[in-house]
Design a protein around this ligand. Structure first.
Ligand SMILES: [Fe+2]
Length: 241
């Protein structure tokens, strides 16, 4: 079910467990002036959500924003066959059976000059295979001054279960807009991350939507800056993050 966040921007959420913890996941929908819709990080669709989407506009872009959030993109593409499916570099070799309309090869760009995007370069996570590059593209909806992130930062707070809050505290991701301590350790090329952070800070955003955590309605830029201060530190591996 879609929830309106501001003019021309909605989210929909569903439960998701990761390593046994309830972290939830969220997709974002943006309506362009043309009436076309961008769906970022689709979740499993249901009848209500599809009906709502059809009411608010025409789904024209379906985006898998990184190498992890791609599970439901084909479900959406099969419903909205005329929409363009965008994937990030590396997804095709991860899921060779998939077909897509565009691989986002340019590190920066914009969709109809209303939504800017850029590659959050160098960011890695620790997963079952070790440390893996995420190739995440982040988005900025100019009109609503919203930054849209997927896995490069969490924002868990008291609305989450005790277990998730406890884990988030241990991992340094409680009530901060930040990646986990493990992701910071996995991210060795912090120069690239720093460049990406600096570019994001040039965008005039106030709200931050992320896939896992509570939406930050205001002062998002300040929170993002605080959560990524570690890339500006000279010796962050030896410091307590
Ligand atoms: Fe995720």
């Amino acid at each position: 079910m879609l929830r309106e966040i501001d003019n021309n921007i909605w989210v929909a959420e569903q439960p998701l467990k990761y390593w046994g913890l309830e972290v939830g996941t969220r997709m974002t929908v943006i309506r362009l002036t043309s009436g076309e819709l961008i769906v970022i990080s689709p979740i499993q669709s249901d009848k209500t959500t599809i009906e709502q989407l059809n009411e608010i506009g025409n789904v024209a872009y379906i985006i898998a924003p990184n190498l992890y959030h791609h599970l439901f993109v084909y479900e959406f593409k099969s419903i909205y066959q005329k929409a363009q499916l965008w994937v990030v570099p590396g997804l095709v070799s991860k899921r060779p059976e998939l077909s897509f309309d565009k691989e986002i090869n340019n590190k920066e760009g914009s969709i109809q000059e209303e939504v800017d995007y850029l590659l959050f370069d160098g960011f890695k996570v620790l997963d079952l295979t070790g440390s893996s590059i995420v190739n995440e593209f982040v988005f900025f909806h100019q009109k609503s001054r919203t930054l849209i992130l997927t896995d490069i930062a969490f924002h868990f707070d008291e609305t989450f279960s005790l277990k998730t809050r406890f884990a988030a505290q241990i991992l340094g991701a409680y009530k901060v807009l930040s990646p986990s301590r493990l992701d910071k350790l996995a991210t060795t090329d912090k120069e690239k991350v720093k460049d990406s952070v600096e570019k994001i800070l040039c965008w005039d955003f106030d709200r931050v939507i992320m896939a896992h955590g509570s939406i930050i309605e205001t002062n998002g830029k300040q929170k993002f800056k605080q959560g990524y201060e570690w890339v500006f530190e000279k010796n962050y591996l030896s410091k307590k993050n």
